[in-house]
Each structure stands twice: as C-alpha cells, then as structure tokens.
Design a binder for this molecule. Sequence first.
Ligand code: ADP
Length: 822
Amino acid sequence: MPEEVPILFDFPDDAENTIDSEGEGGERELPVVPLINTVLFPHMLTPLFVGRERSVSAIEEAMARDRTILTVAQREQEMNDVGSSDLFTIGVEANIQRVLKMPDGSTSIVVQGQRRMRVVRFVQEQPVMRAVAVPIYSDEEKTIAIEAMMRAVLSLYEKVIKLSRTLPDDSYVMAMNVDEPGWLADLIASTLPIDVPRRQEILETLDPEERLRRLSIMLTQELDVLELESRIHTQVQKEVDRSQREFFLREQMKAIQRELGQDDPVQRELFELREKIAASGMPDVVRHKATDELERMELMSPAAPEYSVIRTYVDWLLDLPWTDQTEDLNDLAAAAKTLDRNHYGLPFVKERMLDFIAVRQLAGDRLKSPILCFVGPSGVGKTSLGRSIAEALDRRFVRASLGGVHDEAEIRGHRRTYIGALPGRIVKAMKDAGTVNPVFMLDEIDKLGADFRGDPAAALLEVLDPEQNNAFTDHYLDVPYDLSKVMFITTANLLDPIPPALRDRMEIIRLPGYTEEEKLHIARLFLLPKQLEANGLAEANVRFSEATIRQLIRAYTYEAGVRNLEREIGAVCRKIARRVAEKRSYPRLIQPNMLMRYLGSARHNHGTAESQDAIGVATGMSWTANGGDIMAIEVSIMDGKGRLTLTGHLGEVMRESAQAALSFARANAKGLGINVEHFEKRDIHIHVPEGAVPKDGPSAGITLATALISALTEHPVRRDVAMTGEITLRGRVLPVGGVKEKVLGAHRAGIKVVLLPSQNERDLTEVPNHVKRQLTFMYVDHMDQVIAEAFPKAPKPVTTKTSSPSEQGVRSSKRKSVPASA
Ligand code: ADP
C-alpha cells in the first residue's frame, strides 16, 4: 500500500523518454496505483510502500511492460478497498525506478513523477485497476507577473524553511534552481506539510500562475502557524532555561558549600523549609514572599546574622495558621449547657451567644462574628466568659492584654528593619491559636494609651473592622493576614475611656457586678468546688457554711466581682490542705470564727448605716470600680469668716457640686430656717471620707446639700436614709449613673430608705427583686422632697422663692415600696 514517505527530488534530463506507445492525443492505458496520504507531483522522486495486492499486481504488470504506472490519490485516506469512483481524476504518470522486495514479503518501490494525466475512463477494476488517461500540458510561458510571483513564493518559502524544524535547508537551494513556474509550485507544494486535499488542489490547478498564487496563500498560512509555534517554543525554552540555570546555580552553590564544609545540615534545613512552605496552605502572595526569603537564605552563609533573622521570619510565616480552622459546634442545647456549667446567672450574655449560634446555623459562614465588648468591674467573669464562649462554640481561645499599650507597634509589630523586630500582639496570639477562627479576647481595651509612637487605637480599628480585617497588615509580617474569621471579644472596666470610633464597632454588654446573694451562689456552686479541686481537697469532704461565705464576702473582700472571694476561699483551702497533708486533724465544716485564724483579721469595713440620727451627717451612695457603697458626708460649722473648706481628695466636679449645694442653701436660707449670718461669720467644713470618694461626679449633690442644711439648721438627718442625685442651683434633682451598684451597696449597709432622682426609676429593673423588697424607694425631683424625707422633723415649712410654678407641680414625693414583680 503506497503510504506517505520522505520525498526525494531528482532532475531527470529526459523525464519523458521512458514513455512509449501513446494513442491519439497522447491517450494511454495504464495500471493505476491509488495513493494514500500523499499526492505525487511531476518530477518528484519518492519511495512508496506497496501493501495492497491490487497495487502489487499493477506494479508487476508495469514492470513487465514499460515500468509506467498512473498514481492517483484517494479521496478518503482511511479507505482500504477502493473502487475507481473513490479516486481523484487527475493524477501523475510515474516511472518505477526501483522495486525492492522486503524480507517481510511487502514491496517497496521508488517512483518518479513524470507528467499530469487526466483519467478519461477506468477500464478495469480487478485484478489490476486500469485507466485510460491523457497527459495535460500547460502553458509554461514566463510573464513578468509570473516572474514576480515566483520570487514572492521563493522568499516566503525561505522564511518557512528558516522557521521550520522539519524542512531541510537545501530544499530552498533546490527550489531556487527551478526555472519553470509550474514545476516550482509543484516542488514547493510537495515539501510542505499540507494535507491531501490541498496537495491535490495544487495538482489540479493547471495554470502555473494560479498554482503559484494558491501556493503563496498556503505558504503564508504555514508561516503564521510556524511563527506562533516559534513564539510558544521560545517562551517554553526561556522557562526551561531559567529553571535549568537556577538548578545549575544551586547545584554549584551546594558544591561550594560542601567545599567550605557547610554541607548537609543547612541544605537539609532549607529543603525542609521549602517543603513546609509548599504544604502550609499560605495564600500565593505569602508563599512567594516566603520562597523569596528562602532563596536569599540559600545565597547566604548560615553564620551571617541576617540568616537567622530571615529564618525567624520564615518560621513566623510557617507557624501562623493560614487555613486551619476548627469546625463550629452548632449545637444549641450543648452550648447552653456549657455556658451554664461555667457561669452562674449572666442571662443576657448567654442569650446573646445562643442567638449567635442559632443564626449561624441558619446563615452559615456568611454571618460575620459580632464584636462583643464586656464592660464591668474586675472579677465579674469577663475573661472566664470568653473562655466559656470558646468552649461552647468549640473554638480555640486566645487573649492579648491591651492595658498600658502606648505604641502602635505593640499591636502591629515592628518593621523588620529594626533589630530584634517581632510581630505585634495580634499576630502572636494568632500563632498561639493555631487556627484562623479562634475566640480572641482583647483585654482592657479602655486602658489603651496613645503617644508619639503612634496610636494603637487606630491599629485596633483595623483589627476590629469587619470590612478591613481580612487583610490586616502587621509591620513585621509585611503580608496581609486574614482576621475575618476570628471572633473578637474585648473587655473593659469602664466604657468612657474607650475611643468612640472603637466603641461604635462593638456590641456593648454590661456585667455590672454581683449582689451578695449572687456571690453566695457563685461561691457555693462554682468557686468552692473549683478551689477544693485545685487544692486537692475534693475527697476530703470539706464544706463552708453559708455564714462563712457571707463573712468572706463582707469582711475579707470589697469588690463587685468575685475574684478576691475566690482567692480568699483558695487561701482557706490551702491552709486545710496543709493540715491534711501533715496528717493533722482538720475541720470538715468551715465556720466564720475560723476565718480569723486562717486569713487574719477582717480587712474591710463596709459602710454601715449610722447607729443614730446625727446633725451635719448625710448618707450618700457611691459607685467605684469595686462596686457600690455608701458614704457619710460630714459638715461642721465653726466660728470664722464665711469660708468653705473641702477635704477628702475631692475632684473638681465634686467641689463644684459642693458649691452648688451651698448656693442653694444660701438662696433658700429663709425658707429653710437658716440664720443668714452663718454665711458671713462661720466657716463651713465639708469632709468626704477618702475611702468612699467615688468616681469624680456630681452624684453627691443632694447629699452635700442635705448635710449642709442639717449642720446649718442643727437638725439631725435620718440615719437609715441614703441618697444620690445631682443638684442644680435652683434645687432640682438630676439623674445619675451606677444606680444598680449603689442600691446594692446601700442594701448591704443596712439602709432602709433610698432617695433616687425620678428619672432613675427605670434603672431599678436591674436590681434583684429580693433586694427591692427590703428597701423603700423614693423618687425625687426637687431638693424640697429630699428635705422632707431626710429629716425626721423638717427644719421648717419649706417655701422656696426660686422655684418655678411648674416645679411646684411635681413636688409631691412618690413614696412607695416597689412590689416584687417590678
Ligand atoms: P474578669 O475578667 O471580669 O476580671 P474573671 O473572668 O477573671 O473576671 O473572673 C474571676 C473569677 O470569677 C473566675 O474564676 C470566674 O470563673 C469567676 N466567676 C466570675 N463570674 C462568675 C459567674 N457568674 N459564675 C461562676 N464563676 C464566676
């Protein structure tokens, strides 16, 4: 079977000579050999493998006569058993130069194309296909246009040969030496890697000029393809070259290092780092950065100081979590259990967390974590609550304290240009977390500072802004780090010092402090078991009586939370544990009288109500970071020149409150029954016991006024009344803060009646019912009402000249016991 094979060329001097016995018009009957995958052109010398039996017979017949056959290409290249209708009708008369019998029985021939022939008719199909054909002669005249066309084709061909990796260069030389236009076209077409239909097209184009034109189109197409191929090839080559070069250089470097005796450990280290980087799941930017740094290390001696700096840096990149993430536990019931197991009360926070988990179940990952801010005094469980939330969600928990942070670099790290630079607290904590979605607690956000070293709050803004924190930049890392999956919880003792921009980003949750009852519960249910366990007394059957715990709360701690209480319980437990360890007898039930022995004498004397009504002393309610308490404000009058002295480390606002109270007393002296001369001839001394000085604020106003009026009128103030409220010059009473804590403090101190500004009535919802039941609340709008309630016998019928009619209208005091359900 004739198949496509390398084509050879020859320049026969007398190509036409071998042909004999032509009929009319050159008509000849010839054995036909169908060609697969190729087209033979005149002048072409080519070997053909002959496989099909009919073709072998055709060749045998030709050899027996004048060695001439007619080669005609098949229309379908895949077809084996072809009939005459499956062949083109223009073919080439060819002369068999050689016949080779192969050892495997097949036949191979070398044929030379002679001239184009048109098949007139097929005369026989079997056993040899035969056809009558006539030669086709064409005009070979060389016009100028043809000459130009020949040159153009030659120049295109030259380019194709240059780019082609299969065409031999001497094809061009051969083409250059062909003078006839038609022949030139045939020769070039025969060498090009084009398919059978296009070859046949060239064969069938009889006009040489047209043939050249079509060929030039094919050449141009070929050139395009080759150019593209060459571009791709160069690119690929470049890549290969570069990596080969790098490989070569690295090998060289290794050899050099080996020579320097720095053989394998370093290479192994670098190799391991490379592997780790590949496996770390870093985003592409980070991986490139890490790889670049590694390449710098490779060029360095491990003894160079820079080497270990880079190594530390790469380690940081590797140690940070990039994709590792814990699966959130979306089990509401289990979460609720966990929260209750760790904390007593605090229903609001627990509800908020369960809401979050519930919404998360519905919305999935789309739900951004809330940024919570727990505000409250120390020891109320802010940190432990954060831990408990992490446990409920089954996330890791990390903390970073912001207390006293002045420098932006503490949050964001130092640039690597600094010696000893390290990442900031955020990144450090993320490394500890080891996952991208921990619960991250930022403690003491109210204690952030700011100075010339930059504003840490600004850096924190970036951390806490859900829009920006997916690309947080730490100066040390110098690559963006995604914090968007982190659940941030911040804590603060006070809300006011938090920069407003930060405050706006957070959901504030207040933990105001516990009542004595709550502390008792917490101690019994949580602190005691924890401390007994921690001190190895779980088996020892030790119990604390309720009175003991109360004593610990009242006399040994002074706090809104339970941290010191826990510490004191721990201290007692340690004493017992020691006795147990020493195999001495130990008490099973701890009673109040034993505390003295274990802890020393009581440390705190909470304000307790005065034992009797006194002149010049009024009981105020204060609120400090340790919770609420009462404070006795004392005023004494002595002979002098009408001066006002204030003692007890009072702040500016408190001093102004005292002035306002004095001015009120003066303006209403007559109505209050005060001798006006007092103001000129007596000195007034106001003292607020230091321990009780609250957060500087105006809330002691009415207490100051009451104490003043009492001293000036020499009427005693009721000892069981405590009060809070700001006073205006005209005697109006304005609302104040910290009501819950103040009320709790007053209750603890044994106060019976509490005077509150009317506008603070709504704050009482936060006060536990059992406390409310034991107190009488009075809501006041004006100083007159305060006077009416605070003095068992009012100093005088009160008529104030300054109060307006509308104020008179609200001047009935609402005296009521708050029902338990309020
Ligand atoms: P904060 O962070 O507010 O200063 P902590 O979280 O450190 O307070 O709490 C101090 C201790 O008090 C912890 O051991 C904590 O478990 C315990 N604690 C605080 N509140 C509660 C509560 N409601 N129930 C149980 N334990 C509590």
